[in-house]
Design a protein around this ligand. Structure first.
Ligand SMILES: Cc1cc2nc3c(=O)[nH]c(=O)nc-3n(C[C@H](O)[C@H](O)[C@H](O)COP(=O)(O)OP(=O)(O)OC[C@H]3O[C@@H](n4cnc5c(N)ncnc54)[C@H](O)[C@@H]3O)c2cc1C
Length: 440
């Protein structure tokens, strides 16, 4: 069986095009790696993990170069649902059971800080990325209301968190114009944004700080030497005292079998033609972002020009769907049949990294010269915005907060694609079936 004929980062060539790409000019860095380079820190990957690492490290005075295989934002950071959510992919009750109360509480604090960090970067640097408050969990199942209520009260009592508002069946209907939801939980500490505008806004600051950004520069291999790592690109090499690997779902074999910790999953998104503000407010009354409670979630929100950006549907093979528009559109009209006749202007997809426990994996390799962070499991917009800060703290010798992620144990599934894809696919099939049974 042959998998991964192409590198994952090369797999977006078959899409109609992303709304985000149409909404902002690409960065188009002028830097070219035409000669060998010596540098303090080389960052690999031009998504939010890489860009926030470059920003934080250059602020501390290190010389920094960033290599991106394609363009800044070509990966998940420039393609995602734009939901800037607090917390982790798993709830606090699960985290407490799995990691203990103290560790779970520390992660909760980091989850809050992650959103605050992104808000502060947006505000401090005047990045126009269409920030809107509020993310709503829409309950598809009868017992969701009870679950929401438990979560709201648990967080109020144990975490002093009062950012939730609960909706019953009548109330959710006033928020979202769809018949399929039975309840809702609004999070007022979460936001939604145009993620590519955020990322490009941050990358422009890097250029001002003389960080070298090498786009269209895939890193082919990394070789450990005593005092440096040799970063091999197609024609030239970079000798770096430290390396940050920020490739998330696009990592492939760059760190050998480290990618066995996660499953790269392709998730797809569409954007309608602009519906106008009035119609948009009819659909989502308060312009919140929405995600539902199924295992394979639908998530959606309105763009700055009132298009419905609707994400949902995943594939688990190592190939991107050639045509994903209809695949997602079918899901969209199940939720909003009234939008059946609106045109779909954009259709795209991205790759995310899902770990078995749905928590990110941070770590070090090559005698503390190489640092990595990946596996945000579909909840990485805010966390990858914080990752750069934690990696910088670690490089500067303060590992306390980096270790809150680094000490989480992960299951690694060996023999890469041969076992990983079938194991994950059958687990997902089981959850899909469970969703279907609960949903009926
Ligand atoms: C469709 C979709 C919807 C999502 N929706 C949400 C959401 O609403 N909210 C949320 O919180 N999270 C969401 N996520 C997850 C979130 O986008 C990611 O967790 C986050 O963007 C990861 O950022 P990153 O910088 O670590 O990785 P990425 O943004 O994926 O960047 C990795 C980069 O590394 C580059 N690269 C790979 N290999 C090499 C190499 N050898 N050399 C050089 N460069 C290389 C790639 O080209 C890529 O640009 C979504 C993800 C997807 C795909």
């Amino acid at each position: 069986m042959i998998f991964n004929k192409k590198n994952t980062y090369e797999q977006h060539d078959n899409e109609i095009g992303s709304f985000y790409k149409s909404s902002i000019k690409p960065l188009n860095s002028n830097d070219k790696l035409n000669e060998d380079l010596n540098i303090d820190i080389c960052i690999i990957g031009g998504g939010l993990t890489g860009v926030t690492s470059a920003l934080n490290l250059s602020n501390k005075g290190y010389s920094v170069a960033l290599c991106e295989a394609r363009k800044i934002g070509s990966g998940a950071s420039g393609r995602n649902g734009g939901q800037l959510g607090i917390g982790m992919r798993k709830d606090q009750i699960y985290l407490e059971k799995k990691l203990g109360k103290i560790h779970a509480k520390d992660l909760w604090d980091l989850g809050l800080e992650a959103v605050e960090e992104c808000l502060s970067l947006i505000k401090k640097n005047n990045i126009d990325c269409s920030l809107v408050n509020g993310v709503l969990s829409a309950g598809c199942f009868n017992n969701d209301f009870k679950e929401f209520d438990i979560e709201l009260n648990y967080l109020l009592k144990n975490y002093n968190f009062n950012g939730y508002k609960i909706f019953n069946k009548n109330e959710i209907k006033h928020q979202i114009s769809s018949d399929i939801y039975k309840s809702g939980l609004l999070n007022l500490n979460s936001y939604h944004i145009n993620p590519l505008k955020f990322l490009i806004g941050l990358s422009k600051i890097l250029i001002k700080k003389n960080v070298k950004i090498f786009e269209n520069t895939p890193v082919l291999s990394l070789v450990d030497h005593k005092d440096y790592i040799k970063v091999n690109c197609k024609k030239n090499t970079i000798k770096a005292k430290k390396v940050v690997v920020a490739c998330n779902g696009y990592l492939d074999n760059l760190l050998n079998n480290k990618s066995n910790i996660f499953m790269p999953i392709n998730n797809y998104v569409i954007a309608t033609e602009p519906l106008g503000k009035e119609k948009a407010k009819e659909i989502i009354h308060n312009n919140y972002a929405v995600c539902d409670t199924r295992f394979i979630i639908d998530y959606y929100r309105f763009s700055e020009d009132w298009r419905l950006i609707f994400g949902g549907g995943e594939t688990f093979s190592s190939y991107f769907l050639k045509e994903s528009k209809d695949f997602v559109h079918k899901r969209m009209i199940k939720v909003f049949p009234q939008l059946k006749n609106y045109k779909i202007d954009f259709s795209w997809g991205g790759t995310l990294a899902i770990t078995v426990n749905r928590l990110p994996s941070f770590g070090i390799m090559m005698n503390e010269k190489l640092f990595y962070a990946f596996g945000y499991s579909g909840h990485g917009l805010a966390l990858s915005g914080l990752a750069g800060k934690l990696i910088t703290e670690k490089i500067q010798g303060n590992d306390e907060r980096f270790n809150l992620f680094a000490k989480i144990k992960h299951i690694s599934i060996p023999a890469a694609n041969l076992f990983r894809r079938p194991i994950y696919s059958s687990a997902i099939f089981y959850y899909k079936l469970r969703d279907l049974i609960n949903y009926l």
